[in-house]
Design a protein around this ligand. Structure first.
Ligand code: HMH
Length: 213
């Protein structure tokens, strides 16, 4: 049975405008840099597990290449975090993950189990990447007042190549959801909503709202 067709993107917008104003906050930026580095290191095994599921379960060979491209860009991302941190003198190795980040990473880990369906994991993967793409591309728009030293960060996730990559992920998700069972659709929707909740908590944390670890 095919899933109900509805565009999930309108749900993203409260989050999006929220992170656009965030770009003005330098303190928040440094905190974000260290915490996101921790997140991305956890995100790599998550994406690797989606790759494994694609290899086992996908009906389309090109899915693996798209996901492999994601793994490759995460390698690049790790190097970027190190470069950016040294530019601003932010330590990356001695920091502890904060609660919101730990919760998000635990959520990522729950997808590693082979029991989790490829379509459900793929939906979460797409949502995690798309939310960054949507948000950071707003910081690049005219009139967004993004400080010049933060432009590179916004370019990292707001650029056209990253947008095209997110669209490739979205096409996989759309294709899979058209053929999914009702149960898989329900789980995919739940995963999508949970990603947004974790993203909001992650950004509240970067604003310094929940400084408990
Ligand atoms: C918290 N969400 C978070 N960090 C990221 N780097 C991405 C999404 C996108 O890769």
């Amino acid at each position: 049975m095919a899933c109900k067709t509805h565009s999930p993107l309108p749900h993203l917008f409260p989050y999006v405008s929220f992170s656009a104003s965030y770009c003005d906050e330098h303190e928040g930026f440094f905190l974000f840099l260290g915490q996101d580095y921790i997140f991305v290191r956890e995100f790599i095994p998550f994406v690797a597990s989606v790759l494994l599921k694609a290899w086992k379960e996908s009906d389309e060979g090109s899915d693996m290449e798209v996901i492999l491209g994601g793994v490759a860009s995460l390698h690049d991302e790790i190097l970027w975090f190190k470069k950016e941190a040294s530019k601003f003198d932010v330590p990356l190795f001695s920091i502890a993950p904060q609660k919101a980040n730990k919760d998000y990473c635990r959520f990522l880990e729950s997808f590693l189990s082979p029991e989790v369906d490829y379509t459900v994991a793929m939906t979460a993967f797409w949502a995690i990447e798309a939310v960054y793409q949507e948000s950071f591309s707003l910081c690049l728009k005219d009139g967004s007042n993004t400080p010049t030293e933060l432009m590179e960060t916004c370019q990292r996730w707001g650029n056209e190549g990253f947008k095209q990559y997110c669209l490739s992920l979205q096409r996989i998700v759309d294709r899979r959801l058209k053929k999914a069972t009702e149960e898989v659709c329900r789980k995919a929707e739940e995963a999508f909503v949970r990603v947004l909740e974790h993203e909001i908590e992650f950004w509240n944390m970067s604003y310094g709202d929940t400084l408990t670890s």
